[in-house]
Design a protein around this ligand. Sequence first.
Ligand code: LRH
Ligand code: MN
Ligand code: MN
Length: 387
Amino acid sequence: MTTFSEIAPLLEGQAIEVPSWAYGNSGTRFKVFGTPGTPRTPEEKIADAATVHRFTGLAPSVALHIPWDQVDDFAALRRYAEDLGIALGTVNSNTFQDDDYKLGALTHTDKRIRQKAIDHHLACIDVMDQTGSRDLKIWLAEGSNYPGQADMRGRQDRLAESLQTIYDRIGDDQRLVLEYKFFEPAFYHTDVPDWGTSYVQVAALGERAMVCLDTGHHAPGTNIEFIVAQLLRLGKLGSFDFNSRFYADDDLIVGSADPFQLFRILVECARGGAFEADSDVAFMLDQCHNIEKKIPGQIRSVLNVQEMTARALLLDRDALTQAQEDGDVLLANEIFMDAFYTDVRADLAAWREERDLPANPMRAYLESGYQEQIEADRVGGTQAGWN
Ligand code: LRH
Ligand code: MN
Ligand code: MN
């Protein structure tokens, strides 16, 4: 049996990056609901992200999305974040809201448009240089809606060429992470639809190019933990975008739709060394809160990741290996499920108190008055920019 005190040191270093866009208003293509207290500026998003960290101790950095978080002075934004106790993290590019990119960006047949998309990524790297960010995360909304519409193969070639130009500008301490998604907004073919395509593209670039796995970007029924195992095995799992889904890319609170799947993914992370101090895997959230309050929504997500990480680390790996080698199917499954069903909430509450964190971060936030304050202070919030 593995005990909670044995796994506590591994929990110590856990860091979950939150997305700036989670604090803005979002919705579906039918309606974006305004929420009182929504940030009006990148600074206010960062203040909210810092609040999540203050109550949980789990979220020491916030990801930016350019141009949603465009400011004149990124070095000043960095100082602002650091004064609040957090860092600026991954920089996400955006080539999905410009008319020029209707038929493609990095894959477009028109060299001028490809260059425009490349230049946007180079500008993102300039931002990273000022914010001190390590990762440039690229998700491409590129593809086609009808068979015959596009030369899928030619687009792969142009994609490789464009990515190479961007990668050549990535600094020695920086990385390029390429996120895949099987459909949407394109409905017939997508240029980076799966981990294999992302892997092929980043492997051709070099060591500092990695794959980003967004848990909401697979067909229903996909064994995501297998992909995690494979990418860790290949040394190419750069980062996660965690969220959960019932149907498509629902971007719901992590662990809400399928806690067992989150557990299975985190078991493979443990198996592959992703929680070790020398691991480079970035754990991020990618969520949109359509109807719930955003800060408590993020608090719930990071706590869910922590709780499920603890349960994954409690898996008695030696006993499991023995049962697997003995071919004892039912015992192996029982050992696995025992860890999943372990209730770690009391242990985690005590663990937090030992670290001067609130035993129940959600309750502490709701009682802190922060929510009432931002609802009173902030009038006319900006949209996250997503819909
Ligand atoms: C695309 C995506 C990608 C974007 C984010 C807003 O569905 O997951 O990571 O940057 O949503
Ligand atoms: Mn994502
Ligand atoms: Mn997504």
